[in-house]
Write a protein that binds this ligand. Sequence first.
Ligand code: FBP
Length: 350
Amino acid sequence: MVHHTATSVVTIERFIIEQERLHPEATGELSGILYDLALAAKMIANKVRRAGLADILGATTDANVQGEIQQKLDVFANETIVKAVDHGGRLCAMASEEVEGIIPIPEGFKCGKYCLLFDPLDGSSNIDVNVPVGTVFSILQKVTRGRNGEMEDLLQPGRRQVAAGYVIYGSSTMLVYTTGQGVHGFTLDPTIGEFLLSHPKIVTPRVGKYYSVNESNFGRWNRGVQAAVRGLKGDTPDLMPAKNSRYIGSLVADFHRNLIAGGIFLYPADSRNPQGKLRLLYEASPMAFIAEQAEGSATDGDNRILDIIPHHLHQRTPLVIGSRLDVGFVADTVRRAAERTSGPVVQPAL
Ligand code: FBP
């Protein structure tokens, strides 16, 4: 592995090639998809940067598969990603948080051995108020025969991802991704239009200083989650030091802060969202792959996110993600609370 420091001038293209060389069996198809996504990210960043000026703010009249009114930028981002990757001959199918079913590769274009799942613009409810938003992507290998990708190719557990990443459109635009060889961050230099390596080998602190959760849902959580959040605020100092609260309400922005500085993000299930709010395939799974590659972890409060078997494209899941010991603390606290209410698990007399 070529050693880079944050001061080396390394473009994302060069970095992708160097990582590919570590796999003599590689065909370059995965690298090609990552290039295309970096290009789409530049085009979306360009629109987001000027959002306040151009008539791109505000909503369309259409609703997406989640029943949410689509923001104009959502639609632009979705189309930009599809157009950037659908003709490269590397994909056999796509799925987007904004689109009901599978997005097929148009007839006339060659199909490849990968599938792409993405949330084109996460946190889009924040666009009009100039709060960072993001794009999230996940790449899987095709498992079925035949030209076109099928549902089976998209509904794979997160541990099968070959790559995952996100783009954050914040004070600067960054692309952070993993192909299972650590997590690396690139910052877009708008003066030359290049993503440059700025955060090689990101490792998230084992214990974080921030907790990020929408506390307006407190009354709708079960006792275990309430106890865990109290613990993160300092109620159980012998078990977990008190943390500072930070919540933007844009998953990519909250996750990125905690990845770099250390912390935990939670979107638990609640009486209004019994399955949680965030989507397994477009949000939780790719972020979980990145978190684990950065020595953090991700659960649905109990189970490892990367082991959850998806049943449908827009499935939701509770999400607890970030610094390893913080995520462990939440799981232990929830488990202890569950035992208290249901009584200790009695082992049958053998
Ligand atoms: P979408 O924009 O993809 O619907 O994203 C969902 C999201 O905005 C996340 O980015 C964020 O973490 C969460 O919802 C915020 O939800 P809430 O407003 O309920 O706290």
